[in-house]
Design a protein around this ligand. Structure first.
Ligand SMILES: [Ca+2]
Length: 386
């Protein structure tokens, strides 16, 4: 882990990457005044479980996963039947509330086949992560200060542990740089998600955040699970629906109701909370999708195990007609931040809005620096079905 890595987190609500800026800003932070306080750093879907012949099915009815008996079902998990589906999304900009992003990295839409697997029905909560930490004494990335070896010229007092926190500006700002609403906050970590003055009291059922990729993977390993592949995540998120832009169907607000915890109001200044939640929500506050899974859109981003490359879908398409259990490319490459190792993140967060980032759309993709947690990034786990 390097503090430079940690500084270059892709904030993921911003399609514009600025990794070199993050690194430079962190270096400035380390070598300059502590008095600065904080510093900015940084569709088609078919779920044919028997054959590929249903690709042209006209039925959009959700297919509920086959559930095994309570004796064999892992607690809090749902069996996803596996099968084939079309992964990715078309350019959503022509859709009502489709946002302004072309989502080029989510194309071409390509055929994928998956084995059955179990998935957590909800994002991992603070109380679940606390049980892991209590049992293992695990220390997360954000709780460890950058070292003098990493920054040999920095005075020791400037090497402080912390993480990245959404900090809304006081007034309207151009949406040209996520540095305008993200700050590096010393003392921010999973126990203190927005800084040292915050805590988890009353937030036991909220998703854990401020977890770097290795933190999420360590939890999953302890729980006898693993993080989902990107393909597993999307298959599960689609919930059996076909050709839908959202995990619940066609409309952002079905029957006029918000279906996920995302952002309403002027971004990033004013979170109107029309969906019932300003900021993060406890898990499972909205209707589940067709597989019985909660919060597959919005609330917090979720880590997936695939390395991120924008051209991965094109590579799969070149390899053949159906990708069998794809698990991502062999290495990370984000042209916007080529020195930063990134994994895929999915689902969007409470900060997503069609004013800026519509990555709550079920076929869209996100990406994150593996060494950095943020106040809008969590995870859920899966488990292979025997
Ligand atoms: Ca909200």
């Amino acid at each position: 882990m390097t503090a430079a890595d940690r500084s270059s987190k892709d904030m993921s609500t911003n399609p514009v990457n600025a990794g070199s800026n993050w690194i430079l800003l962190l270096i400035l932070f380390v070598v300059s005044a502590v008095a600065m306080g904080t510093i900015v750093r940084s569709m088609k879907n078919t779920t044919d479980s028997s054959s590929a012949t249903s690709k042209n099915s006209t039925s959009n009815a959700p297919k509920v996963a086959i559930r095994t008996s309570p004796e064999t079902a892992p607690a809090g998990m749902v069996l996803i039947p596996g099968g084939q589906f079309d992964m990715g999304c078309e350019d959503p900009r022509q859709l009502t509330s489709g946002g302004r992003e072309a989502m080029r990295d989510a194309r071409p839409v390509h055929r994928v086949q998956l084995d059955p697997f179990w998935t957590d029905e909800s994002e991992v909560t603070n109380e679940q992560f606390a049980a892991f930490v209590k049992a293992t004494k695990y220390v997360t990335v954000a709780e460890v200060a950058p070292t003098a070896a990493e920054f040999p010229t920095a005075p020791p007092e400037n090497l402080v542990a912390g993480s990245v926190v959404f900090t809304p500006p006081q007034e309207d700002v151009p949406l040209d740089s996520h540095f305008r609403w993200w700050n590096y906050v010393p003392g921010a970590n999973w126990r203190h998600p927005t800084g040292p003055d915050s805590n988890l009291k009353g937030r036991e059922k909220y998703p854990v955040v401020q977890v770097a990729y290795e933190d999420a993977a360590a939890y999953a390993d302890w729980a006898g699970k693993r993080l989902p592949t990107e393909a597993e995540w999307e298959f599960a998120a689609r919930g059996g629906l076909i050709n839908k832009p959202y995990s619940w169907g066609d409309d952002l607000k079905p029957a006029g109701n918000w279906a996920a915890n995302i952002w309403q109001g002027k971004f990033p200044v004013s979170d109107a909370g029309e969906d019932g939640f300003i900021g993060m929500a406890p898990v499972a506050q909205f209707q589940p999708n067709g597989y019985g899974l909660y919060d597959m859109a919005g609330n917090v981003w979720e880590w997936c195990s695939d390395w991120y490359r924008p051209d991965y879908y094109a590579e799969l398409s070149r390899q053949g007609s159906v990708a069998l259990n794809p698990s991502g490319p062999t290495s990370s490459h984000d042209p916007a931040e080529p020195l930063v190792k990134k994994r895929v993140m999915r689902g969007g967060s409470f900060l997503c809005t069609d004013q800026y980032c519509t990555r709550y759309m079920v076929g869209s993709r996100g990406k994150g620096d593996i060494m950095t947690g943020t106040s809008h990034l969590g995870f859920r786990c899966v488990k292979s079905a025997k």
